[in-house]
Design a protein around this ligand. Sequence first.
Ligand code: M6R
Length: 616
Amino acid sequence: MCGIVGYVGSKEIGTRLIEGLKRLEYRGYDSSGLSIIENKQIQHTKRVGRVKALDAALPKNYLKARTGICHTRWATHGDVTEKNAHPHISSDQRFALVHNGVIENYLQIKQFLESKNYTFASDTDSEAIVNLIAYHFEKELEAPDSNRFLESVRKALLHLEGTFGIAVISKDYPDEMICARRGSPLIIGVGKNEHLIASDVNALTHCTQNVVYLNDNEIVHLTAEDFSISTISKVSVNAVIQTVDWDTSDAELGDFQHFMEKEIFEQPAALKNGMRGRFSDDGSTAFFGGLNIQPQELSQIDRIIFIACGTAWHACLIAEYLIERFARIPVEVEYASEFRYRNAPLDKNSLVIAISQSGETIDSLSALKEAKRKGYKTLSINNSVGSSIARECDGGIYQHAGPEIGVASTKAFTSQVMLCAMLALYLGRLRNLSYTDGCNIVKALKGLPKLVEKTLESKDIIQKVAKKYAHYEDCLFLGRQLMFPIALEGALKLKEISYIHAEGYPAAEMKHGPIALISEKCPSVFLTTNGEMFQKSMANIKEIKARKGKVICIASQDCELPEDAIDDLIQVPEAHEIIQPILMSIPVQLLSYYIALERGCDVDKPRNLAKSVTVE
Ligand code: M6R
């Protein structure tokens, strides 16, 4: 949550910072601000609301500066006001700081600093950091002038409890920037006579493809020409420069109205990219280059625990069905936020797999660390090369779905589900799944992108249905077996972007309570395929109709639905059961998207949300 961009270089910050900030807006968007140094003074502008409000308010001279930091905020401490927006300035006006993360002991630090006559203008925890830096700067009198800035930041960081990604500039060091991280991502953008810092690689690719991912407890000193990394405890670190393979246009809207829409329609390509080069020559299984666990070891695994949050957690539920069915390995799915504190007993041969689009979700990262600390093998499925989760686990599978900007996860979800299906296939083939069954699954997976394209062709039908139902304030999503996680995902999609109250249930659970909600005012979206659960699903649909509930049925084409059973029908192509959840996801995404559009909601930036949840 929140986004940081900083620049020090020989060029004017001009659009470099603002463009970077706009690309980060999906990380948090309640207020923003920018600081520069001019005539040995720190100047700053902040605005409540979107980055465009800040952009419009910036004095022209700002954009000509050559050192600057900026921030887009998702509030944790204090209201959404200009005074709480970043950058924060030390009370001696010497330093400006932007911060992502949460400082847990900020009240103690604040009290201490107030006793030393430092003053505070905001309600944030971040302001404690910048004043603590100012305090240590005063104390660092003996340090050589060239080191004093760096050393005072370093000293301040030693006192912080909690998480931080920070960028600091100082009026006394107008050509320098100091940045550091612990538990909150920061990436250096390496350019020619310029260096950038950002909390997300997206904010750098318009300037450079060369990046360095900082590790926890590292601090970096940057100038236009150079940068040096050390640990907060002063051990120097060799920088590894990596090349980002994203295209700048990947993070641009193109002809689409919203990123969510763009990303829904990018799914055929995202799925193709995720499976490329990952099928065996004999056409019967999948394989993954980065697992770092030998097949012999994997075949000893007798339990898999998936950890994730939100949409990624729904992908885990599908993994549970598929791995248990095709590989016969017991699977448990845990909310990362619960798992990390639950002290769950694990067996010797347990494997822990985290799924995360961003690779930065703090609960998933912390749960993964907890599993590692206990000595378990850990893997991840994630979409962000070099992210904290990718670096923390023993091995993993990159999604290669391209950047996902819309807050509502769409292409990342279907790509996670596909990779879970491929993992189920791989693990199944290491055990008892037959060659023929393996070949059938590979064939189905290879045909998936085309079937997704076909499903997307229903967009006009779905838009019509959306228009009809956009005024309802409640909605149930129901499905059985593999359709149950899609029901959960459909409900999450709808509520997060259209603010309609929506719940997902396994359809048979309806009778145990939710059926009380069914009325003319509460429609149900019912997901069904023509599998073994079809007749039972029909019985559930009839129960809804008997209570005057409207039914939107999302069904595979081979389902024969009694005419009076449903109000609206959205069909998806029939397919192998392993890919059916992916095909079923497309209509639920489009339905939510068009309903939100109909209700005039800000689809890409729904209220109170941010793309990546990096605070607890
Ligand atoms: O980056 P992650 O996959 O770890 O994010 C997990 C959730 O925060 C995320 O899926 C969230 O639920 C989305 N807003 C859902 O659309």
